[in-house]
Write a protein that binds this ligand. Sequence first.
Ligand code: PLP
Length: 386
Amino acid sequence: MGYRPTWLEIDLAAVSRNLDRLKSRLKSSRTAILAVPLRRASGTELKPEVLAVVKANGYGHGAGPVAGHLYRLGVRWFGVSSIEEGISLRSQGIQGRILILGSSFPFDASFQAAAKYRLALTISSAEAGRRLCCFAAKRNTPISGHIKMETGMQRIGARPETCLQIGRLLKECPKIKIEGVYTHFADARDRAFSTGQLVCFKRGLVLLRENGIYPQYIHAANSAASLRYPESHFDLIRPGLALYGGMPGFEPAASLKTKIVFLKKVPAGTPVSYQRLFTTQRESLLATLPVGYGDGLPIGAWRRGHVLIKGKKAPIAGLITMDMTMADVTGIAGAGVGDEAVVIGASGRQTITPNDWSAWARMSVYQLLCGFGTPRLPKVYRCAKI
Ligand SMILES: Cc1ncc(COP(=O)(O)O)c(C=O)c1O
């Protein structure tokens, strides 16, 4: 730890428990959907595997340490957003399959890196398929591709007919393995819309199968779909948020902690922080905490938010600044410089979750967590018992 007493503590045991919770919900849905008998020789049904989504620096938790931990727990698939994130995972010693969930553009540079670092690519246009075939023809290294099918997200994804075109192209290239076909839910909370996406996906899969294209892995489900739609589990689920505990029923893995570095008593009527949006209503004891929006705290949370000191709520006083935040500790007996302040996490009987902060700031919990990935916020990993 550096000189500034502010850190994000990641409880890897919570990540383990979240993984277990997800795995306990897994059903094999491929058999039902594609009528492909997916059974081991012993006759036991295969359960889908987990592809842990660790993009955006592991949703702010540190992609390398989280992926390393999950690998030790048996997870063999990781999803990142870009080639850079894939290379970064490899450089941190992460084994297993790494799927780049973003686009493979610029083509040749992406293909080169994929071959060098054993990264699986997302292929979502006929042009990408053609360029990949040309690239692979000149090389000895095999490359794996996952065809991304558009079913309702309108981000990157090819219509089912284009997926067939891509599939036909890739199938002709001996160096290319069509490792997967996948889609992504746009709003997994909406059953009707998600069912529509699934229907479209299944139609596309049947089209591929009728034309002799049998990808090894079919996948669709993010965290919410993994919980709500067992029929979307196929061969792999791709959870992100649930692993980090950002969903109801899961344990937040990250705690954000700091210490009081300064205390002052001010009279009633004292304006506090930038723009003087907050004014003390009584004589107040204000604690200054060395944490701010530069560490990922959302400015907009100040009106509703609090931190925990000695197990008690200390309301945020005034606008959160880049590096510091003031908290009202008037009611907290004995509060002093050096006392720990829990910004996210538990203190005594009180707990503050990332979802509390996102509600206070009226922002997405995804965005909140990703903000903590800033390199300026040190990460401390509590080791799990595996
Ligand atoms: C393609 C893809 N799959 C899976 C996920 C994981 O989603 P969630 O964090 O909601 O589980 C994401 C996240 O944005 C994604 O983009």
